[in-house]
Design a protein around this ligand. Structure first.
Ligand SMILES: [Zn+2]
Length: 605
């Protein structure tokens, strides 16, 4: 077990804005930083981070918490893994802790460890093993203009010929062999039952997620396949617990800071395109990993910048793929630009032949989908109506009606067709509104009521806590989870003099309490309606809420007692003594309710 103080030290050492920025670009507005939520799909930001408190909250899906819950959720880590990752990030040494059952690494963590072992093995093979195969691979890479710096930065490696290179390394590691099999790096031979390498004589490109962890590989074949052996030019790791196809972008981790800094990205198709461009000095680049761009990839990229330049191959299939990628971007509410490589060249060969300045010239001449498609159509002598119909189909994907109309206006300008005609045509084909659930988490917890009000007010500031925490009676709270939270607040208040939501969030990291703890600081109503409230206005508002909430809690209980007494009075065969006793109770409770009601509404006579 890591002591709580150490965990709190790790939390404090990791600025939440910095950690979240690794996954989402944030813009400051008021007290909070805002960005697109990484936990649900959206086109306008509803995810906010409160830097002072170290807490985040999304008012779209309701998720909230501190830096630990953020990393757990976004990386699918256990609590311990999140603490370890953040300790590493902040260069804090954690005490060696004894392994308990709950601390066993998750499958994701195991696969990542196997992948990282393999990555180191492949990288060493490429750079420091003087075999003919490795030399050939290195010649191939340098021949493509890959600089040594980029080979290091992207940790490119070489999987040797032969069948047991990695298998041997795996046997000597402390990771069980079956984890390497699960990761798709080894297979077990049918006959001998011995493990053998899946990737052989291939240049290896590690695919990293946004935490910089290796979740998969792409391998490019170096030699021609032996007769009878099916061998694709590129093979990728299979899907595993750590890797889902179509969800990651190659090179995004390596380029993320540059992309954010320059607020733009060049999207290419393949590994080699990305690394060629990066080697030439164009660093704001990432690749869709050889498959058609998915909506998830588009949204991932848009979390970093809205300015996407699609740079695919210059041949017909490449241009078609670029059009489809642009449509995916449009459907996510973005306005992508398409960069056309002249002739049949691809970005890799183009940058090698012409250098980075020529690439920038192409990027500066990038066009939106309307211009790109009308130019293409005119080049192929397509009838105007056909060009327009295709563009109308693209327009139908755009979620915002204003953007849709602006897009059609451009089509109208380019084709000479009237906007009315274009709109009429689109109304016919426009798909029924996307019915996909926005996955709004219903705020089922905590239940609405006086207890919730009081807790919320208490969480809002230490001043309120000083005044009202001693008056909080937890046995009056009916909801069990809320009562647990209240008890934790009281105990922290007694030991530290303050119940800090950002620290409590660690204690409740896997519970809905975490979402709730973040709400007083990151609530959208708070930021919209109360933006102009001064701090003292805010405190007096919360003081009123706490005071009236505490009274209301007692009222709730008193009313409950009154009901009980009335029910008992309705019973038959009560002794005269018992009736007198019950009446006395009845009047006592009545009196209490009267006093409490007066306390709650002091202005009514
Ligand atoms: Zn969300």
């Amino acid at each position: 077990m890591i002591p709580p103080d150490k965990i709190e030290e790790v939390r404090l050492a990791n600025d939440i804005v910095g950690v979240v920025q690794e996954y989402v670009a944030l813009k400051r507005r008021g007290q909070n930083h805002w960005g697109l939520c990484p936990f649900h799909q959206e086109n306008t930001p509803s995810f906010s981070v409160h830097p002072g408190k170290g807490i985040y909250r999304c008012f779209g899906c309701g998720k909230g918490g501190n830096v630990f819950s953020f990393l757990m959720e976004v990386e699918k880590l256990t609590f311990m893994e999140a603490v370890k990752a953040l300790a590493e990030r902040a260069h804090i040494d954690l005490p060696v802790y004894s392994k308990r059952e709950g601390d066993a690494p998750s499958e994701v963590e195991q696969i990542v460890e196997a992948n990282q072992t393999a990555r180191d093995f492949f990288h060493t093979q490429l750079l420091s093993t003087p075999t003919p195969g490795a030399r050939h691979a290195l010649e191939y890479l340098t021949g493509r203009g890959f600089t040594n710096e980029m080979i290091q930065a992207y940790m490119i490696g070489y999987a040797p010929e032969g069948w047991e290179g990695l298998a041997e390394r795996a046997r000597n590691s402390r990771i069980p062999l079956d984890v390497f099999v699960k990761a798709g790096l080894l297979k077990i031979g049918q006959q001998a039952g011995r493990p053998y390498d899946v990737f052989r004589d291939r240049v290896m490109f590690p695919i990293r997620n946004l935490a910089g962890r290796v979740i998969a590989f792409g391998g490019r074949r170096m030699s021609e396949p032996e007769p009878g052996e099916p061998s694709a030019k590129y093979i990728n790791s299979p899907e595993t617990a750590a890797y889902t196809k179509g969800r990651e972008l190659y090179g995004l981790w390596e380029a993320r800071n540059e992309i954010r800094r320059h607020d733009r990205v060049i999207l290419v198709e393949g590994y080699t395109d990305a690394i060629s461009l990066a080697s030439s000095g164009i660093r704001t680049v990432c690749a869709s990993l050889g498959t058609a761009l998915t909506e998830q990839q588009a949204r991932l990229l848009l979390r970093f910048t809205p300015n996407v330049f699609i740079l695919y191959d210059g041949d017909e299939p490449g241009l078609n793929a670029a059009k489809r990628a642009a449509e995916v971007m449009l459907s996510c509410g973005a306005q992508p630009r398409i960069v056309e490589v002249p002739g049949d060249e691809d970005p890799d060969s183009f940058v090698r032949a012409h250098g980075p300045d020529e690439v920038w010239a192409l990027v500066n001449g990038a066009r939106g989908l309307v211009e790109f498609q009308t130019d293409r159509g005119k080049r192929s002598n397509l009838p105007v109506a056909q060009i327009a119909r295709e563009l109308i189909a693209s327009a139908a994907l755009i979620p915002s009606s204003i953007d849709r109309e602006a897009f059609l206006q451009e089509v109208s300008g380019k084709t000479g067709l009237s906007l009315d005609a274009l709109i009429a045509e689109m109304t016919q084909i426009r798909r029924p509104q996307n019915l996909r659930e926005t996955r709004r988490r219903k705020s089922v917890w905590p239940p609405v009521g006086a207890a919730r009000d009081v807790i919320e007010a208490l969480l809002s500031s230490p001043e309120i806590q000083q005044e009202f925490m001693p008056k909080l009676q937890i046995d009056l709270i009916k909801d069990e989870l809320l009562r647990t939270l209240a008890a934790a607040m009281i105990s922290m208040f007694e030991s530290r003099g303050e119940a800090a939501p950002e620290i409590l969030a660690t204690e409740f990291v896997t519970s809905p309490v975490s979402d709730f703890l973040a709400s007083p600081y990151n609530d959208v109503l708070e930021s919209l309606q109360d933006r102009d409230l001064s701090d003292s206005d805010r405190v007096s508002r919360d003081r009123r809420r706490a005071a009236s909430g505490l009274v209301a809690m007692q009222l709730e209980v008193a009313n409950f007692e009154l009901d009980a007494v009335q029910q008992m009075l309705r019973q038959q065969e009560l002794s005269a003594e018992r009736i007198t006793e019950l009446f006395r109770q009845y009047h006592d409770v009545k009196k209490r309710i009267e006093l409490l009601t007066k306390e709650k509404n002091p202005n009514t006579p």
